[in-house]
Design a protein around this ligand. Structure first.
Ligand code: C2E
Ligand code: MG
Ligand code: MG
Length: 370
C-alpha cells in the first residue's frame, strides 16, 4: 500500500514478509529499486530533470508494534538518510529516535524564537585591502536560546527550511538589518554596504520579491545600501529561473554576490549571465592559500577571473597577517575574517565605523607592511 503522508513524504507498507528470518536485505533491495526508478530522468518543457529520494525503514515487530510508532521511526530513519546526502535508504535504530525527538523540540522552540526576540544579528566588517578601511559588513544571524548559548545558523536554518519558518526568519533578518542601518546613518553618513545571506528556499518563496521590496519601501532606505549573498551551489540549481529573479533584485538596486565561490561548478558562461557584482572566495581556499600550492593557485585564479569579468572579489575567513599579505600581493581588493574582527553587535559595528571616521580603526599596523 502506497500513500502520501504530507508534502513530499510518502509511505509504503510492505506486508506479508516472513516473520522468522532477517528481512532487511530484501527490504533494502526494494528501497534501492525504488530509488533507482525515481532517479530516471524525464523531460519537462525541453529540460531534462530528475529527482532523488531518501528512504527510511522501520520493521514491525522489530522496531514498533503499532502504526503510529512505526511511521515515527521510519520518519526518523528517513531524516537520517536525508542528512547523509540523500538518495539512500537507512534502517531505523533507537539513536535516530533520540535525535528526532531533539530535532522536533528544537523546531518547536525555533517557532517561538522570533516572537520571543531570541534571534540576533551580528555584523562582520568587510575591509578594503588596498587601504585598510571598513567598507561594509556581513549580517550573520544567531539564535540566542536561553540555556543553550548562541546557536549557529548552520544548525537552525536547515530546520527553519523544513517549514515556512524560513520565510518568517528571513524577513525578520532583513527588517532588523535595515533598521540597524537606519540608526547607523544617524551617526555615520556612509555606513557602507551590508551583505545579507539568502538560502535557496528563501529565493523560492512565492512572495519573496514583493515582501523584500516592501521592507525597503516601509523603512525608506535605499536597497542600493545592501547586497544579497547567494552560494554558488544555490545559483546553479535551476539557473534559468534564478537568473530571472536575480535580474529583478538587481533592478531594485540590490548588489548581488556569489558566496562560497570555488565550491560549486559554475561555468564562465553561466557567470556572465548572472547579474552578480561580487565573487566571495570560499574560506577553505583562503585558509590554505599560504600553505597549499593548489589553494594558492585557486585563489589567484579567482582574483584574476573577477578582474577580467569586472567583478569585485572578497576573500573571506582571513585569520592571519600572512594570509592578508598574500592576498594583498595578489591584489585582492576586499577581505573579511577574524583578523579584522569576529562578527559583532550592531552597537559595536557602529563604534568601529565611528573610530574609523576619527582615523583610528585599529587596522593601521596590519596595513603598514607590504
Ligand atoms: P557564510 O555566509 O559563508 O558566512 C561566513 C561564516 O564564516 C560565518 O559563519 C562567519 O562567522 C564565519 N567566519 C568569519 N570569519 C571567519 C574566520 O576568520 N575564520 C573562520 N573559520 N570562520 C569565519 P556563521 O555566522 O556561523 O554562518 C554560517 C553560514 O550560515 C553563513 O555562511 C551563511 O551561509 C549562513 N547564514 C548566516 N546568516 C544567515 C541568514 O541570515 N540567513 C541565511 N539564509 N543564512 C545565513
Ligand atoms: Mg555569506
Ligand atoms: Mg561563505
Amino acid at each position: 500500500m502506497l500513500g502520501r503522508l504530507a508534502g513530499d513524504e510518502f509511505a509504503l507498507f510492505v506486508e506479508n514478509l516472513p516473520a522468522t528470518t532477517d528481512n532487511r536485505p530484501a527490504v533494502g533491495a526494494l528501497a534501492r529499486e525504488l530509488l533507482d526508478e525515481l532517479r530516471r530522468p524525464f523531460q519537462l518543457n525541453q529540460h531534462e530533470l530528475y529527482v532523488t529520494g531518501s528512504v527510511g525503514i522501520a520493521l514491525c515487530p522489530r522496531d514498533a508494534d503499532n502504526v503510529v510508532d512505526l511511521i515515527r521511526d521510519a520518519d526518523a530513519a528517513m531524516y537520517y538518510s536525508k542528512q547523509n546526502g540523500g538518495n539512500s535508504h537507512s534502517f531505523f535504530t533507537p539513536e535516530m529516535s533520540a535525535a528526532a525527538v531533539e530535532r522536533l523540540m528544537m523546531k518547536a522552540k525555533l517557532r517561538r524564537a522570533v516572537e520571543r526576540d531570541e534571534l540576533v544579528i551580528l555584523y562582520q566588517p568587510k575591509v578594503d585591502l588596498r587601504e585598510g578601511r571598513v567598507v561594509g559588513g556581513e549580517a550573520l544571524v544567531r539564535w540566542r536560546l536561553p540555556g543553550h548559548g548562541d546557536i549557529a545558523p548552520a544548525q537552525f536554518i536547515p530546520l527553519a527550511e523544513e517549514s515556512n519558518l524560513i520565510q518568517e526568519i528571513g524577513e525578520w533578518v532583513l527588517k532588523r538589518v535595515v533598521q540597524d542601518y537606519r540608526s547607523w546613518q544617524e551617526q555615520v553618513p556612509k555606513p557602507g554596504r551590508i551583505a545579507i545571506n539568502l538560502s535557496l528556499k528563501q529565493l523560492r518563496q512565492a512572495e519573496f520579491l514583493t515582501r523584500y521590496r516592501s521592507v525597503f519601501d516601509d523603512a525608506g532606505v535605499s536597497p542600493s545600501n545592501f547586497e544579497l549573498e547567494i552560494t554558488e551551489t544555490t545559483l546553479m540549481t535551476e539557473a534559468g529561473r534564478t537568473i530571472r529573479l536575480l535580474d529583478e533584485l538587481r533592478a531594485m538596486g540590490l548588489h548581488l554576490t556569489i558566496d562560497d565561490f570555488g565550491t560549486g561548478y559554475s561555468s564562465l558562461s553561466a557567470l556572465q549571465q548572472f547579474p552578480v557584482g561580487t565573487l566571495k572566495i570560499d574560506q577553505s581556499f583562503v585558509r590554505d592559500a599560504t600553505t597549499s600550492r593548489e589553494d594558492a593557485t585557486l585563489v589567484r585564479t579567482i582574483i584574476e577571473m573577477g578582474k577580467n569579468l569586472d567583478l569585485e572579489v572578497v576573500a573571506e575567513g582571513i585569520e592571519s597577517q600572512q594570509q592578508l599579505d598574500y592576498l594583498r600581493s595578489r591584489d585582492c581588493h576586499y577581505g573579511q575574517g577574524q583578523l579584522f574582527g569576529e562578527p559583532m553587535s550592531a552597537g559595536d559595528f557602529l563604534q568601529l565605523l565611528l573610530a574609523q571616521a576619527r582615523g583610528e580603526s585599529g587596522y593601521e599596523r596590519m596595513f603598514a607592511s607590504a
